[in-house]
Design a protein around this ligand. Structure first.
Ligand code: FE2
Length: 388
């Protein structure tokens, strides 16, 4: 029987090499006359910010630039940018960059329209107990890495100084431009961990409470594409076909986990990333085998299919064996693309277990469609730590 659920597609996506050229036309369609171009120093160095500004200005959209984005979107950077929006009477936002840039652009769009007070109460907005008084400013998102999927999800992951935690502030794009050419210069290690972030989104979407046959379909395709093309892009970043496939997979994974969701793996990844400043995709890559082992107890057929897509050749119907073999296949894949284990990165078990109380109190962990207890989280972190 097919599981009932809701399909969502939150914003139009312009996909394809060269689509960045459409940015000005799209901004106009959204009614934007003066846009804040949000990026970080990395994007600035490539000159992409100047290129995008020229495209926007070519369509008579005035551009103010702000490149103060910092990793993991600290809330004080959002406040800084909102002041610029107000001072310059900006009426739209475009974020160009990796996950932190896209999340920061989202948070600016919501906060500029509703006041910085919303940053004091992110939990209520995330839980749906409070609604914004005003619609966020028109927002365009342009990813320059293939992994985050943030251009197609409904939250901005913000590092809240008020809560001393990473948490999701609701806001989604009005238009995404997924142009694979913009990812061509991403270095191999970043290519590897962002691609594995997309894989983790697909994996967790298969077993989050809101999963549907539709989100499953997207998730399996993401897993297939990442398996085929991630090693190619890591070995040769100039391979256009690999970059196009990975950008497509990243966006599909974003749609899948916006419709379904991520859960305990991302709760652990947010905690470890916040505690020890490990890149998000690296955390997800290392946690995914442990998450698969847990998911196999509740969704053995799905994990069998996932394992086989990753080359595991699983024939058994025993959930534990499926979990073990599928987890092993993912761990081998993670190693193949060059992500070191937590031990190889020099972490002690005690450091990793510091995440336990944080994850225990994170509602995201309980979005998993199975039982989550202190022991389950502890086992998951231990398994992730003990991987070689
Ligand atoms: Fe992620």
């Amino acid at each position: 029987m097919l599981k009932a659920g809701e399909y969502k597609q939150i914003a139009p996506v312009l996909f394809g090499s060269g689509m960045i050229e459409e940015a000005g036309k799209k901004a106009k369609e959204l009614g934007v006359s003066h846009i804040l171009l949000v990026c970080d120093d990395g994007v600035k160095k490539t000159g992409l910010d100047a290129r995008a500004a020229k495209i926007l200005e070519g369509d008579n959209v005035k551009v103010t630039q702000w490149s103060g984005v910092q990793t993991d979107c600290p809330d004080e950077t959002v406040e800084e940018a909102v002041k610029i929006v107000t001072d310059n009477q900006v009426d739209g936002i475009i974020g160009i960059g990796g996950g932190s840039v896209l999340d920061t652009a989202k948070a600016i769009a919501a906060t500029a329209a509703n006041g910085i007070g919303i940053l004091d109460d992110i939990i209520s907005y995330l839980a749906g107990e409070k609604q914004y008084e005003n619609h966020p400013l028109p927002l365009m998102l342009v990813p320059t890495t293939a992994g985050t999927g943030s251009e197609s999800t409904f939250v901005a992951v913000v590092t809240s100084s008020r809560l001393d935690a990473k948490i999701g502030l609701p806001c989604s794009a009005d238009c995404a431009i997924v142009d694979p050419e913009l990812t061509m210069t991403v270095p191999p290690y970043v290519t590897a961990f962002t691609g594995l972030d997309a894989l983790s989104h697909a994996n967790e979407a298969l077993a989050e409470k809101k999963n549907t046959p539709h989100s499953d379909l997207l998730a399996y395709e993401v897993i297939r594409i990442v398996k085929e093309w991630l090693p190619v892009a890591v070995a040769d970043g100039s391979n256009k076909e690999a970059r196009e496939n990975l950008s497509f997979a990243s966006n599909l994974a974003g749609i899948a986990f916006n419709e379904s969701g991520v859960h305990i793996g991302h709760a652990c990844a947010h905690a470890l990333g916040h505690l020890h400043h490990i890149p998000h995709g690296v955390c997800c890559a290392i946690l995914t085998p442990a998450v698969i082992r847990l998911q196999a107890l509740y969704y053995p057929e799905k994990m069998k299919q996932l394992g086989n897509l990753l080359g595991a050749e699983i024939v058994s119907d025993d959930p534990e064996e499926i979990g073990r073999k599928a987890a092993e296949a993912v761990r081998n894949f993670v190693k193949e693309v060059g992500i070191p284990s937590l031990k190889e990165q020099g972490f002690t078990k005690e450091q990793i277990m510091e995440a336990l109380p944080v994850v225990e109190h994170d509602p995201l962990a309980y979005a998993f469609d199975g039982q989550v207890t202190e022991d389950v989280i502890k086992n998951l972190l231990e398994y992730a730590y003990n991987e070689e």
